[in-house]
Ligand binder design. Structure first.
Ligand SMILES: [Zn+2]
Length: 233
């Protein structure tokens, strides 16, 4: 579906937002009207999912179109109540083009249980995204919530907000979704291990150092390097 006033880029991004939203819903990282997704166009404007919508059933015409400060550009659907998360992320990280905010159950459950997802345990996470910092508790729908992630997203593409949900940043929507997929899959493994063993332990420092050396050798340059202690006081 394409409307006459949409550019080719806008049409493509609207379709991607619906497709990735449906994927989040089908994979259970959002439920009901949870979560929100956005993508930045080359003119700096932002397409974002509307307030109150179930992400499994979105249509391209249902998205809100905002200027870089978050003001609506048309009289279309009203933007998500959590738009502030996206605006803060685009402000702090001009290098990113897309954001997925979801409520992945295993990852959120670990924050409820005060388990640190940045503990170095899974080699793939250490090598590819460094780690998964946790942002402090914030109140949804208020300006307080976006501020809880402002510092952390300067040094990480992937963050979990305590007792709430994830925010993953990407060079495009699939990249942001890929980081959500990795975050929730990792949390699920840690959850299972925690249940099986009654606790979690980090890898020995020498094993972590080898993985960080591999990361450097591969030239992986995501902002969170684990060594930079992103999200730690
Ligand atoms: Zn949320």
């Amino acid at each position: 579906m394409q409307q006459a006033n949409w550019s080719e880029e806008e049409t493509r991004l609207r379709q991607s937002l619906c497709r990735i939203g449906a994927l989040c819903y089908e994979r259970g990282t959002v439920a009901a009207a949870d979560g929100n997704l956005s993508a930045k166009l080359s003119d700096g404007t932002i397409l974002i999912t509307p307030t109150g919508a179930m992400k499994g059933f979105l249509q391209p015409a249902q998205l809100a179109h905002l200027d870089p400060e978050g003001r609506p550009l048309d009289d279309g659907p009203k933007a998500s109540s959590e738009t502030g998360i996206h605006l803060v992320a685009y402000q702090e990280r001009p290098d990113i083009q897309a954001i997925v905010h979801a409520h992945p159950p295993h990852a959120v459950a670990l924050t409820v249980a005060d388990i640190d997802l940045q503990m170095p345990i899974i080699p793939e996470v250490i090598v590819s995204i460094g780690g998964i910092p946790t942002a402090p508790l914030g109140t949804p729908g208020t300006p307080e919530l976006p501020e809880t992630i402002r510092e952390i997203i300067r040094c990480s593409d992937t963050v979990i907000m305590k007792n709430h949900g994830s925010v993953t940043l990407g060079s495009n929507l699939m990249d942001a979704y890929k980081k959500l997929d990795m975050l929730e899959h990792t949390a699920r493994i840690l959850w299972l291990a925690h249940c099986a063993r009654g606790g979690l332990s980090p890898l020995p420092p020498e094993a972590v150092e080898k993985m960080l050396a591999t990361r450097r050798m591969l030239g992986i340059t995501t902002p969170n390097t684990l060594e930079n202690n992103c999200g730690r006081e």
